[in-house]
Design a binder for this molecule. Structure first.
Ligand SMILES: N[C@@H](CCC(=O)N[C@@H](CS)C(=O)NCC(=O)O)C(=O)O
Length: 201
């Protein structure tokens, strides 16, 4: 199995699950944005030249959430996702998809507007709107986390998806001061040995 990975990217999610599952994998690392990500060989793996991507048993897959679901279905033996007839299952699905559906869109805008664009092309209104939206998205996670250790009754791949998005939002400087449950959730996730490895490959 081969993982295409960059630090500080959604590829950490895939490495995190692989580490949690104790699976062997090889890794090809890119610096985010480096030219090799647009080489024809890599565009044949991921048509937008992004990470993560995974090769396994002759197939190639991109989209972090899809890769996690593939790994769970193929290798997890029922770990890291609740049974479909459990009370946790709908919550699990909801928070699994919340990361890419709700948290990452305003994060993407913020990254573009505060890091990637040269100052003369940045738009203050976009920064304000995406900061407000990100704050709303994080507030919903914070409220859900009151009295909980993880998004469902046990650690699952939903914590990898949305937990990673929350961690990245914190790294980007999102305001957590009015979100009493997120700092301890972030610390709990960061203390997992599998994330420590995945973060610093
Ligand atoms: N929805 C995709 C997003 C993939 C994506 O945008 N990856 C970013 C890093 S987090 C990337 O490769 N950026 C490099 C680029 O755009 O050149 C996923 O979850 O895998």
């Amino acid at each position: 199995m081969k993982l295409y990975y960059s630090r500080n990217s959604r590829a950490v999610r895939v490495a995190w699950l692989l580490e949690e599952m104790g699976l062997e994998y090889e890794i090809q690392k890119f610096e985010l944005g480096e030219r090799a990500m647009r080489d024809p060989e890599y565009l044949a793996v991921h048509p937008m030249g992004r990470v993560p991507a995974l090769e396994d048993r002759g197939i190639t897959l991109f989209e972090s959430g899809a890769i996690l679901q593939y790994l769970l279905a193929r290798y997890s033996n029922g770990h890291f996702a609740p049974p479909i007839n459990s009370r946790d299952f709908p919550d699990y699905l909801q928070w699994f998809h919340y990361a890419e559906g709700m948290i990452m869109p305003p994060m993407n805008t913020l990254v573009v507007e505060t890091i990637l664009l040269p100052p003369e092309r940045r738009t203050e209104i976009n920064v304000k709107r995406s900061t407000k939206l990100l704050n709303q998205m994080l507030t919903a996670v914070d409220q859900h986390m009151a009295g909980r250790e993880y998004l469902t009754s046990q650690f699952t791949a939903a914590d990898i998806m949305t937990g990673h998005a929350v961690i990245m939002a914190g790294e980007l400087g999102a305001d957590l001061s009015d979100k009493p449950n997120l700092p301890s959730y972030i610390e709990r996730l960061r203390n997992r040995p599998a994330l420590k490895v995945a973060w610093s490959l």
